[in-house]
Unconditional design. Sequence first.
Lengths: 687, 101
Amino acid sequence: MNPTLPYTDAQTVTLAIIAVVLPFAAFLVNFLLLGKSKASGWVSTLAILASTVLAANVFFKVWNSPGIHTQQVWFTIGATKVQAGILLNNLSVLMLLLVSVIALPVHIYSTAYMKDDDGYSRYFRYLSLFCFSMLALVVVDNLILLYAFWELVGFSSYLLIGFWFTRESAIIANKKAFIINRIGDIGLLTAIIILYTQFNTFDIQQLFGDKGLIVNSIIANGEWTGALGSIPALWQYVAFGGVFLAVAAKSAQFPLHTWLPDAMEGPTSVSALIHAATMVAAGVFLLGRVYPMFNGTELTVLAVIGCFTAFMAATIALTQNDLKRILAYSTISQLGFMVMAMGVGAYSSSLFHLATHAFFKCLLFLVAGIVIHQVKHIKDDNNLDIDPQNILHMGGLRKKLPLTFIAAIIGALALVGLPLTSGYLSKDGILIQAFDWSDNKGGILKLIPYAALFTSWLTAFYVARLIVKVFFGEFRLQKMNPHIHIHMGDGGWQYKLPLVFLALCCLFPLFSLSPIFYEDAWLYKGFLQANFLARENMYHYIIPVLVNILSVVVIYFAYMIYVKRNTWSFPQTGMLFRISFNEWYIDSFYNRVIVRFVMWLSNALYWFDSKVVDGFVNLLEKIGIAIAGIAAWLDKHIVDGLLHLIADIVHGIGGFARRFQGGKIQYYLFSMLLVLITVFILKLIWT
Amino acid sequence: MITLNDFMIVSVVLFCIGLFIIVSKKNAIQILIGIELMLNAAILNLVAFGKYDRANNGGQMFALFAIVLAAATTAVALAIILNVYRQYRTINPDKVNQLKD
């Protein structure tokens, strides 16, 4: 640690580090010591509980203080010293607390939810790893570590989405999530490299601080000039594009959002965690970290993309029948709101919405988990062939699951943004600031706040549809199969406690003493970019009223349609319905165009690899074998042959000579005679 | 008229028969007989060439001398053959090859 740090700060940093490392310790303990023991759940839960307490401690020490930044040299490459350290400012301590507070009820819930699963202990290992990655991501102070934990978050979510790896669909879903996140990771890496090239540092505080390098760099005359020199301004836009890709992949923004609905294949408690605090929040958190690097145009791009994502996801959520899929699209929609808020300069509103959304979305997912669990029990008890997540089979569950129902209502109201809930405060903040922003913009950008407004009514509709279909009316499953045996309940305290806790956190007092005016929320005081707080124009009065009155009307409308069924129902054949139901055909477009192209490309490359590259290698191999064959032949027949020839000659001579020494006297005599005769004959010839 | 040539032919025939017997027969006694034949061929030559000697009957004298010597050597050879038989239970010269290197 930095020795110049005051004692109390050093202590805070230590606490923060312990809070981050505890889940990892739980992961290690579970992984190395406990094996398949059921104790692993409680190890992980205790670790995250301790993390929560420490994070709260750190939060109250650091919040609204100048922040603590400590680092030490990590490694040196050439002349560059890369520092690693902890950066605790308002943003990171808020996220630290948020992640651990959301993770805690999810852990408690999971101990009951995953009780009968074979992978119970594996589940908690992954969950602890996931929490550790996310907690570490929010506190690290340099881009390399940030990138590392960014990857780790992606990897652990991959593990959790594919948790039930025996299901084909889960494998496909986690592959999809991983690949799409990989696209974003490439963007982040590109951005980091560009920033390093320009500013020669990875330090977040130096880069994005108040008087940091980014703030002091200027773009003029097509050059991006920083403290160390200038590069073409194009690179600044490339860096923005990279960051945007990263954010779009992690936080499921428009072109890269398709993994999130499929990520429902994981256990529901994991979905709660992914959707609330750990995975998708990382993207918005990254936006918050690197916010100073965006210029006006780039912010507008963010606003447009965010708004479009919010609108698109909301329209898709209108017609989906899968309980978790509706919630997934609503998450995408809300993330779109957050990104749009970043784009319109509502920095603090965006983070505020991130915080409130974390609570109510986590709550809604836990509710969905209970509902699905119960329906699945009915399905298993009665051997029905139904999809337990399909809301068309549900209905009237409010009497059977009273606590779950109340929690769901609170969560739903917060999601819609009705008064007295936290969602009301944050969503109105975003909408009002969007209107303020569009005042001095022209043309099509004027549409953005209206689209956002419209989206929030759509939100009201699909949330109402979801709640009504699940909890009101009559239980359609029972109606279809009248004699099934039904046994339902809210479940044990591990289910109830997280629900109650999260439901309380969804109400306004946690964030603001005033239930009506978002400007009073304490969260706004923590961020420098907290502008738009003065109630300077009419928007601050009109918009909340407009949103809420129309939302109520829309909810009533949905109630009339789905419960009373005394008004017209939507035609399910229209083009709009089909677009919405098929999720804007984005997935099929990706499958038809991009996936097919990539498959074609990989087949072509495979062909090239197997025929040309391998062929060349095989050819070399064959040539080698042929040469070796020739060499072997030469060796055997020429070299060895020569030796054999000599040996044979010697052998022959020896054999020839030894016959004269055979001990046969007659033979001796005969040969003597022969020699004599020969001598005589030769003598005769020569004379 | 018996000429020197006739003696020589008889002598050569005798010698060749003796040589053939020595080389081809597998019995030491027979070989001994072959040796005697060859010796007799030489003795015949001695007698035949003796006609051209200046000293009278020199050839005959040598012939007698050689016959005596031949008798002596034959006696020695027979004694050896007898001992060889005792030692090896055979008189086939091919089987008695322990004098080889």
